[in-house]
Design a protein around this ligand. Structure first.
Ligand code: URA
Length: 219
């Protein structure tokens, strides 16, 4: 069954005053498979997307990957060269650092979901233009609607500005209590920035520990 229809029905039950529904392990597995299938359908729908000029240099669309029922979604800026070649997010040097950063707070990549605000590589790794972010935003919205994360980790200023719609320094975003569509959103340095500037690793570590505290509360 289509997951969006299930969510609509659950919303309806919630509005009718039903707060808790108990599901068996088997039903949970079925739900997981169904969410996975929905995401795969959507990813397939966009492989030849031509909604913005980023499609001109695309080798592979980088849709996103991870646990479709994750409570935590990581959202970054856009694919780089290795991601464009493989179709997978964060597989290059920044990705290796991201994996280590997550392991330091007891999170395995397979347990969470990772994606970007734009799904095709901006040429030369430039920042995506606002119109490209806008053209891609419905894909991210569909991912969020399906996965329904309870926490977001936003990597870097470009992704933060795209999602939070304010013009702040990264330092200011880090200290603010951010929400994206009522979902609590932590902002920290992009791992590529940490590779260039190791003095940001200490504040990034503080951000990760704050994220870990919230994540462990909702597990
Ligand atoms: N940088 C990003 O912002 N996203 C990726 O997927 C890889 C590198």
């Amino acid at each position: 069954m289509n997951v969006r229809i299930i969510y609509q029905y659950l919303e309806f039950l919630k509005l009718s005053g039903i707060q808790d529904i108990f599901v068996s392990g088997q039903e949970k597995n079925n739900q997981n498979e169904s969410v996975k299938a929905d995401l795969e359908d959507l990813a397939g729908k966009y492989v030849n997307c031509t909604d913005c000029e980023l499609c001109e240099n695309r080798i592979k669309l980088v849709y996103g990957e991870g646990n479709p029922q994750s409570k935590l979604m990581i959202i970054s800026e856009g694919p780089g060269n290795e991601e464009n070649l493989t179709g997978r997010p964060f597989v290059g040097a920044a990705g290796k650092l991201l994996t280590k950063m997550l392991m330091a707070i007891n999170i395995e990549r397979k347990d969470i979901y990772i994606t970007n605000v734009v799904k095709c590589r901006p040429p030369g790794n430039r920042d995506p233009y606002p119109e490209e972010v806008q053209a891609c935003s419905h894909i991210l919205q569909e991912q969020i609607d399906i996965i329904q994360p309870k926490l977001l980790l936003i990597l870097g200023k470009v992704a933060a500005e795209s999602l939070l719609k304010q013009s702040q320094s990264l330092g200011a975003y880090r200290k603010m209590k951010n929400y994206y569509q009522s979902i609590r959103a932590f902002v920290t340095y992009h791992p590529a920035a940490l590779l260039r500037n190791s003095e940001w690793k200490k504040p990034a570590w503080i951000d990760l520990q704050n994220l870990q505290k919230e994540y462990e509360k909702i597990l």
